[in-house]
Design a protein around this ligand. Structure first.
Ligand code: C2E
Ligand code: MG
Ligand code: MG
Length: 582
């Protein structure tokens, strides 16, 4: 070892020796190999007979399950437990010895373990003092529950107002897709996961750092309920620290969890609120943090978002829409419009009867006409999308069959209807579609269901659902292609008949060579797979020319027509020249 290396090594040994935590190296049967002075100090009072040979033996009265826990841990190495609270009070006569220890166990290899012990007495006393009331503690995690969180927030808010220039904040953390854990692994595993997250949270938060004004900076974890946790930050010297702490929290919480044989990778969404100078209601704080957390989730999760006032306004707007949407169906405020999808032909000509796409609209009694972009999200998150989707499909099929009766060969030949994410995950979707086809007399081969690209790229269950729909004889289209995750190279994995190239590409195609090439490549790949292509959002003659030149089969856009109600659509069709034969 070089001189520098030796020095560093010596410094490390010195550090381990003096560290204010107990470090113990064990054999797998608990036999103690090495321990530092802090370890002797914490363990000695627990071994009244003075026998410190075996760690499990010393703790046998307080944590009898440790040998089992270690034996059951099958991975070659890793964290067996962390932040495990062990009560050691009253079993011996040392009045000022620790009452509660916090234990971490690490498997180093097949034969050796490392134990880390901390005196957690003060931490526990502090928690207990804060939570004099047992009704404020959650049984599963031993953390303050929702009522406890609110009580702590009230206290912090009151203090913050009186405050001395330091900062307080609330972080709300919610597990992403926790329902999936429960659904696939069972509620018992779900509960274990919650307990593990609580443990991780406890070992991640820090307390006791010096804060502004000489007070203590304290981070207090709580379990608000379900898969939702909070961390209260009190006494921070600067506001900017909040984000750093939140980042550290997300990083630590995102490390894998071990449940029995399984290793679970979980992600979290975090909302943060920094307490202002004015009076703040505890409920309001929790709600604001939840709003920011929901925004983090809606952006895909695994991220943190700071609360902003506009978010509350949007949430209010949304909840207003939500309430109204519930009655919109009964009051028949929702209706379909249809946008022509035309066949692209040489010399700027087009075939007007190629098809139509059904698009839902909401005639709101106060707001006026509301577009789907504004309410489909609300409908999805509240489950109303199922009723709405069924109504859109049933109405569209009825209208389509009526046009065929009325116009015969002059009627549109294909009906496109959009499906949302939530609809695709519902198991009875195929049955519902089949029932609607049967009831309306709609020919399955003339119905095209559209799914967005980001959806199609997901999971085996979605694939299964798509195959089920194909078996009904309907066609499938990949909507908004180019905006999502799937690339040209995975197009062959999807059972779709048509690719709809997103408007963002089409609108730039005339001016950007890059976008033109992307369209061309998409068309080539789609063709080689036997799929047709539609250029979405054609607004100018130039764009139509490019789309046709790049080989797109069909086009849709304001150049041909805006979405129209059924009667107006028939008028539009009547005024179009039928394409000249040949
Ligand atoms: P989409 O399926 O990609 O529908 C095309 C959207 O582009 C429509 O917007 C249409 O009005 C618009 N559009 C068509 N041509 C042009 C153009 O030349 N320029 C511009 N700027 N826009 C054009 P809309 O009706 O607002 O619908 C937006 C999205 O909402 C749809 O995108 C679809 O994903 C969803 N959506 C609409 N109706 C339904 C429905 O009944 N169910 C479900 N699940 N989603 C729907
Ligand atoms: Mg569509
Ligand atoms: Mg689209």
């Amino acid at each position: 070892m070089s001189g520098d290396g030796e020095l560093a090594y010596e410094a490390l040994i010195q550090f381990l020796y003096r560290a204010p935590v107990a470090l113990i190296q064990l054999q797998k049967d608990g036999a103690i190999e090495i321990l530092n002075p802090m370890a002797s100090r914490l363990l000695m009072p627990l071994a009244p007979d003075g026998d410190m040979e075996n760690f499990f033996h010393v703790l046998r009265r307080h944590a009898p399950d440790l040998p089992r826990l270690c034996a059951d841990f099958s991975a070659p190495q890793g964290v067996i437990c962390e932040g495990r609270r062990i009560g050691v009070e009253t079993t011996h006569g040392h009045a000022d010895g620790p009452a509660v220890l916090s234990l971490g166990l690490l498997k180093l290899d097949d034969n050796r373990l490392m134990a880390v012990l901390l005196d957690a007495t003060h931490e526990v006393v502090r928690e207990q003092r804060m939570l004099a009331n047992a009704a404020q503690v959650d049984a599963l995690t031993q953390l303050p529950n929702r009522a406890g969180t609110l009580a702590l927030l009230r206290k912090m808010g009151a203090r913050a107002r009186a405050a001395s220039g330091d900062h307080c904040a609330l972080l709300l953390v919610n597990l992403d897709r926790f329902k999936r854990v429960n659904d696939t692994l069972g509620n018992a595993v779900g509960n274990q996961v919650i307990a593990l997250v609580a443990e991780r949270l406890r070992t991640t938060v820090r307390s006791g750092g010096r804060a502004a004004g000489g007070g203590l900076a304290v981070e207090t974890p709580t379990h608000v309920g379900g898969d939702e946790f909070a961390v209260l930050l009190d006494g921070l010297p600067e506001r900017a620290i909040v984000e750093r702490i939140a980042g550290r929290l997300l990083e630590r919480l995102g490390k894998p969890y071990r449940v029995g044989e399984q290793e679970l990778a979980l992600t979290f969404s975090l909302g943060m609120v920094v307490l202002g100078a004015g009076a703040q209601d505890a409920d309001d704080l929790l709600r604001d943090a939840a709003i920011a957390m929901t925004v983090a989730k809606s952006q895909g999760g695994n991220r943190m978002v700071g609360f902003q006032q506009e978010m509350r306004d949007q949430a209010l707007l949304r909840s207003g829409l939500e309430a109204d949407l519930r009655t919109a169906i009964e009051r028949a405020e929702l209706f379909n419009v249809y946008q022509p999808v035309v066949g692209l032909m040489a010399h700027g000509r087009m075939d007007p009867g190629a098809g139509v796409e059904a698009l839902v609209r909401w005639r709101h009694p106060v707001r006026g006409l509301v577009g789907p972009v504004e309410f489909i999200g609300v409908a999805e998150s509240t489950g109303m999308i199922h009723a709405i989707g069924e109504q859109v499909l049933a109405t569209a099929c009825r209208d389509f069959v009526a046009w065929q009766r009325q116009l015969g060969a002059g009627a549109p030949r294909l009906l496109a209807v959009n499906l949302s994410r939530a609809q695709l995950t519902k198991t009875d979707l195929c049955d519902k579609v089949a029932a609607i086809l049967a009831a309306s007399g709609m020919p399955a081969a003339q119905l095209q269901l559209e799914i967005t690209e980001s959806l199609a790229a997901q999971g085996a269950d979605i694939q299964q659902q798509l195959l089920g729909l194909k078996q009904l004889g309907v066609k499938l289209a990949l909507d908004d292609f180019g905006t999502g995750y799937s690339s040209l190279s995975s197009l062959h994995l999807l059972p779709v008949d048509t690719v709809k190239i997103d408007r963002s590409f089409v609108s730039l195609a005339a001016s950007s060579a890059h976008h033109k090439v992307l369209i061309e490549a998409t068309v080539l790949v789609a063709r080689s797979l036997g799929m047709t292509t539609v250029a979405e959002g054609i607004e100018t003659v130039e764009q139509a020319e490019v789309a046709h030149a790049q080989g797109c089969d069909k086009g849709q856009g304001y150049l041909y027509s805006r979405p129209l109600e059924s009667a107006a659509l028939l008028q539009w069709l009547a005024t179009q020249q039928a394409p000249a034969a040949g």
